[in-house]
Design a binder for this molecule. Structure first.
Ligand code: IMP
Length: 198
């Protein structure tokens, strides 16, 4: 079964290919010749994931899934959430600026509880219908007082998963990929697709 993953992020592609195995051919946006920057105009992670999956399905007629991730901090009412990539309000994906803003906003607040949440939206074309399904993966933890570690990306140096003493950026990719929000959402997607294919 061939399915488009609406991303060009090589880490995400290899993660899902490893989990799904050879039964599924997972292709990227680049592989189908989609070079546009798909706008993420939704107000929730669910909306953004669906917008991206629908964009590919409507334009290319191919089964597709898309993901969106946010860091939700309890004391900040769930922010940065759906705005995680551009929390500092100036540039997209400037992790250093985003982390500076997060530490500034939290100050010395004792409630540092946070979670990462990933939503995956799947649009699957079968012989007689279009199946639409969403999957969610999350991991709880807390925001450290200062940045710790250098591995990973985004907010990894500030996020300490529950049950651990080190940040995602200190734990490294092997441990992170076993317990992360994205790994959990991907596992659910994989179980769903495998059961459909059996
Ligand atoms: P995206 O939906 O995967 O593009 O993620 C949106 C933003 O959330 C990214 O720009 C990162 O700042 C942050 N983010 C997503 N996943 C992670 C993660 O696993 N660790 C740290 N930050 C992440």
């Amino acid at each position: 079964m061939k399915i488009v993953f609406a991303t060009n992020n090589q880490n995400k592609l290899s993660e899902i290919r490893n989990i799904l195995g050879s039964e599924f051919e997972i292709v990227s946006l680049h592989d189908i010749g989609c070079t546009e920057d798909i706008p993420e105009t939704g107000n929730t992670l669910e909306e953004n994931a669906l917008i991206k999956a629908r964009y590919v399905y409507n334009k290319y007629g191919l089964s597709c899934f898309a993901d969106d991730t946010g860091l939700e901090v309890e004391a900040l009412g769930g922010a940065p959430g759906v705005r995680s990539a551009r929390y500092d309000g100036i540039t997209d994906h400037d992790s250093e600026a985003n982390m500076r803003k997060l530490l500034r906003e939290l100050g010395d607040n004792n409630n540092r509880k946070a979670q990462f949440r990933t939503v995956i939206a799947l649009l699957l074309k079968t012989s007689n219908q279009l199946i639409s399904h969403t999957f969610e993966g999350k991991i709880e933890g807390h925001i450290a007082l200062t940045k710790q570690g250098t591995a990973g990306f985004g907010y990894d140096p500030l996020f300490v998963p529950i049950g651990y003493q080190q940040s995602f950026a200190q734990l490294g990719m092997d441990i992170k990929n076993q317990i992360s929000h994205r790994a959990r959402a991907v596992k659910q997607l994989a179980d769903y697709l495998k059961q459909l294919n059996s």
